[in-house]
Design a protein around this ligand. Structure first.
Ligand code: DLL
Length: 435
């Protein structure tokens, strides 16, 4: 099969050349930040580092980290690298002021961001023949605008449906014969379920999906692929680094290639900040090498990952990151035990349950309560009460085996858990642990 890339000269560049390019760009970027971002310059001065100390990527570790707390302290304009008159756009995460991330873009930043998204679309098999339905939210969220721009660059016919209005999504998908779907994995699962229910499975022409913005397991991938009859590709990014397209999967589906000409990745020990060797699990840290308006250096993502540079059959030479394996901050500690929501999802899907669930944690009489509501399939719902109770017992046992603690499992009616049109709300933690 002919291999296709959006920018082959960069995507298949020999590793030594990539590193040389990164070094050259890092030196320039550090000078840009030193000259234009007093907030970060001060951090460098406090650490006794000047641009003269940074001669290449081997010196990266000398630079101070940036965290979400810095973003909060510098909100709104304190980390900008260009004057307002040179910026053309902001994007933002949800969240209250202070917790909200606001990122800035020059036209050049948008252009490079869209290139990254275009690479992801081509890696998922996209060409100018494709009809790309972008069902990520548009507006402040980066998902819609990023994939929309990337789709234009590839020359695909782009349908900017945004998220929500599921009947209309399906109608467009059928009428316009969409071939690539871009949305969150939880919305893809919901669309798959709705398409099946409405009996449209034979009328959709989808071949691939580009899903990201939230954690999803291999089991969830399988479920979506089966329901929609497609190949489901992962895509990763965060508002702080532009949005989607920091990394993306190729046909191997074994991790996401990081766009290394724009983003320099490190893995650190989240406790100590020590840089870890390739192959070890730790917190992902990004340095943006080309961004003008919001040039973050050594930004701590809180996403726990593993990097690897084994050669890939697709021919791309850029390093791969694993799916995020959790966040150093989304981990729940229930009765003293560390619990990742993705572990719960794995158990539920392995047990043949639907991907519609909610984890509810509370504290009563100083003891944590741990409840999981899971929707039954329509068939299970018509089973006898005895059979349902038996299944609940079985799930409790499997969860105990995986997590080491007992959860109360409640099998609930089909459709009783609110569907998400963006990121699913999987965890309701009613305990007041902070502040
Ligand atoms: O979620 C950007 C995006 C949009 C990525 C569309 C992919 C597709 P934020 O809202 O700032 O940006 O959230 C960033 O979401 O630190 C991860 O914890 C999580 N995340 C993003 N992509 C993935 C993924 C967008 N593929 C935060 N798998 C990140 C797991 C992901 N988690």
């Amino acid at each position: 099969m002919e291999k296709r890339y959006f920018q082959p000269e960069i995507e298949t560049m020999p590793v030594e050349q990539i590193k040389a390019l990164q070094s050259e760009r890092l030196v320039k970027q550090v000078q840009h930040v030193w000259d234009n971002v007093p907030y970060y310059r001060k951090k460098m001065e406090e650490k006794g580092v000047t641009p003269a100390d940074i001669k290449g990527i081997e010196d990266l570790h000398k630079l101070p980290f940036l965290t979400k707390d810095d973003l909060r302290d510098a909100y709104p304009y304190g980390l900008m690298g260009k004057p307002k008159k040179d910026c053309v756009r902001i994007q933002s995460t949800s969240g209250t002021t202070g917790r909200r991330v606001v990122a800035f873009y020059t036209q050049h930043d948008i252009d490079l961001w869209e290139d990254c998204c275009a690479r992801a679309i081509v890696a998922a098999g996209g060409t100018e023949e494709d009809v790309v339905q972008v069902s990520y939210g548009y507006g402040l969220f980066t998902g819609g605008p990023g994939l929309n721009g990337g789709s234009h660059k590839v020359g695909c016919l782009t349908i900017p449906t945004s998220s929500g209005n599921t009947d209309r999504q399906i109608q467009f998908m059928v009428d316009l014969e969409s071939t690539i779907l871009c949305c969150t994995p939880s919305y893809a699962a919901y669309l798959g379920e709705s398409i099946e229910e409405k009996g449209f499975r034979d009328q959709i022409k989808l071949k691939a999906g580009i899903f990201g913005a939230e954690a999803w397991t291999q089991e969830m991938r399988q479920e979506i692929q089966n329901k929609l009859g497609i190949k489901a590709y992962d895509i990763y990014g965060l508002t702080e680094t532009s949005g989607p397209g920091v990394s993306f999967e190729c046909e191997e589906q074994t991790g996401m290639h990081i766009n290394e000409d724009h983003f320099l990745a490190e893995i650190i020990n989240p406790e100590t900040g020590e840089v870890l060797p390739e192959g070890e699990k730790g917190e992902l840290v990004f340095t943006s090498l080309t961004k003008e308006a919001f040039p973050l250096l050594r930004y701590r993502t809180k996403d726990l990952c593993v990097l690897n540079r084994k050669p890939c059959s697709c021919g791309r030479t850029h390093i791969k990151m694993s799916k995020p394996l959790g966040r150093s901050d989304d981990m729940l500690i229930i009765r003293g035990v560390n619990v990742f929501p993705s572990q719960i999802e794995t158990v539920l899907l392995n047990e043949g349950m639907t991907p519609n669930y909610q984890i509810i944690v509370d504290r009563v009489n100083n003891t944590d309560t741990f409840d999981i509501n899971v929707e039954m399939s329509q068939e299970m719902f018509s089973d006898s009460l005895g059979k349902v109770a038996e299944k609940e017992k079985q799930l409790v046992a499997s969860l105990k085996a995986m997590l080491g603690i007992q959860a109360k499992v409640h099998l609930v009616e089909p459709k009783s858990i609110t569907r998400s049109e963006g990121k699913a709300v999987r965890v309701i933690d009613k305990r007041k642990l902070y502040g």
